[in-house]
Design a protein around this ligand. Sequence first.
Ligand code: ADP
Length: 486
Amino acid sequence: MTGRAMRGLRFRLTASYAIFFTLLIATSSLLFRQFLVISLDSQTRETLDQEWGALKGYLRIEHGRPHWYVDFADPDEAGIGARLRQIYVLAETNGIIKEESPEFRLLGLSGPDAIRSAASNPDHWITKANSKRVPYLIRKGLIADEAPPHARYYVAIGRSLTNNQELIRQFNWLAAGLIPLMILGGSLVGWVLAGRGLSPVLEVAKTAQRISGSNLSLRIPQRGAGDELDFLIETFNQMIERLEASFVQVRQFSTDVSHELRTPITILRGQLEVALMTADTKEQYHDAIVDSLGDIERLSHIVRALLLLSQAETGQVILTRTVFDVSELVRELGEQFQLPAESASVQLTIQTPPVCEADLDRIQIERMLSNLLSNALKFTPAGGMVALELHCEHDELTFQVSDTGRGIDAGHLPHIFDRFYRVTDTDGQATPEKGLGLGLSFVAWIVKAHTGTINVESAAGKGTTFLIQLPIRHEPLNQLREMKRV
Ligand code: ADP
């Protein structure tokens, strides 16, 4: 399939190249032919003009009669005289011919009418073919006696244009023979070049074909040319890298989920088995059931979280926006988290304006802040500080959750919002209360659903700050109440 597609592409490239090449050659040949025609014509006119100048030196009108002053003893002069009179007519302006060469007669320009009209026309040039279709260029004009009675005669000399025509004909034949050959050769070169240009693409496609779910570690080798194809390869490799990472994540997730679920189930089973075998009193049964309920609670928490996240990510959770006072929610959360903060010996501070009304999904915002606060408390050792701040502006509100905890390594930072991503401990310390790595995925989804942005800054060992900005979609409470009343 790929091979066939490539052949199609190669053919199309060659065809476009051949068409372009043909147009180029045809246009330049036409232009060159035109140039040849024009320059041959002007060359002939120039020669005839020179001959006309010479003629005026040799042919003079004296006492009303024309005389040739040619020294026939001088072979040069004799030659010039003969050539001037080869295609030549001398006539009175009323049409009576005085001298005429046979070649000129064949042109049919020497009838009295023709001579009269030619003599009265100021244009110097006539082009005419004889009965054998040989074209001639004629230079004509009047020559006059300088002395009275200033007699005037009509004179015309000419040159055959056969040589010019022959040259152009030869050019036509040459072009007709060479142009198809050049186009054929050009297309062949185009075909080879297109093949050479496309062969790396074919290589890339073959490698890409070998990459499948099971060997995602395969990469297409760079060619080192630094061209567009290398850029394509790099982009493709990066895509595979991302795919591989998410494959690894999904695999990790399955392992994690089964592990997360298996542990409480095993414990649960153990507890129930032990209770069944050893418990005698009602109290002992009661304790076993209470323990089991705790584990069942953990299990249902995991299942709920998974379900909710998958629903959120497939767009099945729709925000239920209501206008409420976010400041109040922040204060409530502050109170709620005060107890766990105290028991972890962490100082929790809340900073919020007296009122901040916004049109948001209250439940999701509460979930988002709870996640961030519980993470901050979880990763901040005793003696540390956690702060939640709310800033309320006209069209935007900002939450800032900061802690002085263990921070997140720069290497992990870009991934913390990924599903199931957990920072593994490198310093050997026990991870405080193991999570599923879903909390921040939720936070990111909630921010996105509210068309907001989330940023995180962290320094390992120093602390972490999450900054969330949300557009308010302001509908002040009073206004809304009034609207409802109406
Ligand atoms: P979990 O439910 O496991 O906490 P999260 O998605 O909430 O998962 O967080 C992902 C990872 O980011 C955690 O495993 C943790 O290592 C790191 N993390 C999140 N918040 C903080 C924080 N405030 N301080 C340090 N590390 C944090």
